[in-house]
Design a protein. Structure first.
Length: 419
């Protein structure tokens, strides 16, 4: 209330007298006002008591937008639950459950309404069978790759469908466990089901000795109709090995792809890369002058910048050891004004990592994740408490706000997309 007006909806309802117009005209005008005000401005219209027509107009526009979907993830175990945030009511809507609990996977939407969940992992045996203080390798040893690599939930369907398993050069890629990778939808016209691109991640060779995690620089184009993976120039061509950490990736409207962050030889990276289809190659982008956090999430803003939020940074303590600190880090990469550079954004209200993130209607919504500062005993691998909170960043004002609708459960390492 103390802020100056920032949108069309802020100027209304403050002693203004609305002109006399037919109801059918206002029914056209109010959705347009909501669109110009953005998602947060539309929520203000709903709560401002301007008039009933304004409320209905704002809700009408919000219903045209996709909602943030949270798919699976890790809470007390690998979750099957799938939820969608309805923007017009700020409530969570239950969608059909996955056939098996899944975490560490990646999601995207193809064909304008089909939700795709790509690979990931599930618990092969209960956590109760693990030692009281298991090592990282002991936990990995009891995880297994999802029995099917690709699942889709088609628009209007009440059940997930399994697609053909992924193969690459005739080899079943399910031999490799893969999680904490990125997936983006790509050119779809050449496939009956659509195509996606899998980038990087952490793999585990189930057939090799020791069953240890394997770093991946892979970039694969996947035909969802057949499961055939076509290798592309890998991320190692950037001189950066993006592995293990949940790095950030997105596809630009012109077909280019951007990646930021990740690990290289066990060291965090502060740099980014851009895939240029016209060259068929990756190009390095300026680094951010420091390390990019582990477990950050990113998305494209409405002004064309690529934003990265949250994560964990590693610091050396006085004894020479490594200390993890959750941060509220937010930065945006300017791409197309001739001076590619990173710019700071206002920090989030709550530090978080391994969370969902999506941009819609002039705002960015972040949800869930984990808080390393709050330790818990039920999670033998991460040892930290999953979050149930959500925040929204309004691009026009540069302000973060806590959403009033907490997640249905504490969750981290989930797949997410706009649907």
């Amino acid at each position: 209330p103390s802020q100056a007006p920032t949108s069309a909806s802020d100027d209304l309802g403050r002693g203004s007298v609305l002109p006399e117009l037919p109801a059918e005209v206002w029914a056209i005008i109010w959705p347009l006002v909501a669109e110009q005000s953005g998602v947060v401005g539309a929520w203000r219209m709903i709560g401002s008591s301007i008039c009933k027509a304004a409320t209905e107009g704002a809700r009408k526009w919000l219903r045209t937008l996709p909602g943030l979907v949270l798919c699976g993830g890790f809470s007390y175990d690998h979750s099957r639950e799938v939820w969608r945030l309805r923007l017009e009511t700020l409530t969570w809507e239950r969608l059909p459950d996955l056939t098996r609990g899944l975490s560490g996977h990646a999601c995207c939407v193809v064909r304008g309404g089909t939700l795709v969940a790509i690979v990931g992992c599930m618990m092969g045996m209960g956590t109760s069978l693990l030692p009281e203080r298991p090592s990282l390798l002991e936990v990995f040893a009891c995880w297994s790759a999802a029995p099917r690599s690709v699942r889709v939930l088609e628009r209007g369907s009440n059940a997930w469908k399994e697609l053909p398993p992924l193969t690459c050069s005739g080899r079943d890629v399910l031999e490799l466990y893969r999680d904490e990778h990125c997936v983006v939808a790509v050119e779809e016209s050449e496939s009956a089901e659509g195509q996606v691109c899998i980038l990087g991640g952490l793999c585990k060779d189930w057939s090799g000795p020791g069953r240890r995690p394997v770093k991946s620089h892979d970039v694969l184009i996947v035909d969802l109709a057949t499961g055939v993976c076509t290798p592309q120039p890998g991320l190692e061509s950037l001189g950066i090995g993006r592995v293990y950490a949940t790095f950030s990736a997105a596809r630009l409207p012109d077909g280019r792809m951007i990646v930021a962050g990740g690990y290289a030889e066990d060291d965090l990276q502060g740099s980014a890369g851009l895939w240029e289809p016209s060259r068929g190659a990756w190009r390095s982008l300026p680094d951010n002058g420091t390390h990019m956090p582990d477990g950050s999430s990113g998305c494209m803003l409405s002004d064309g910048r690529f934003a990265v939020f949250g994560g964990v940074l590693f610091y050396d303590d006085e004894d020479g050891g490594s200390v993890k600190r959750k941060i509220k880090f937010c930065e945006a990469l300017v791409l197309d004004d001739g001076t590619e550079r990173w710019e700071p954004l206002p920090p989030m209200l709550e530090a978080r990592s391994h969370f969902a993130c999506a941009a819609v209607g002039g705002c960015v919504i972040v949800a869930g994740g984990r808080d390393k500062s709050v330790q818990c005993s039920f999670d033998p691998l991460f040892g930290s408490l999953p979050l149930s909170s959500a925040e929204v960043y309004e691009e026009a004002t540069g302000v973060w706000r806590r959403l009033p609708c907490d997640l249905p459960r504490r969750i981290q390492r989930m797949g997410s997309a706009l649907l």
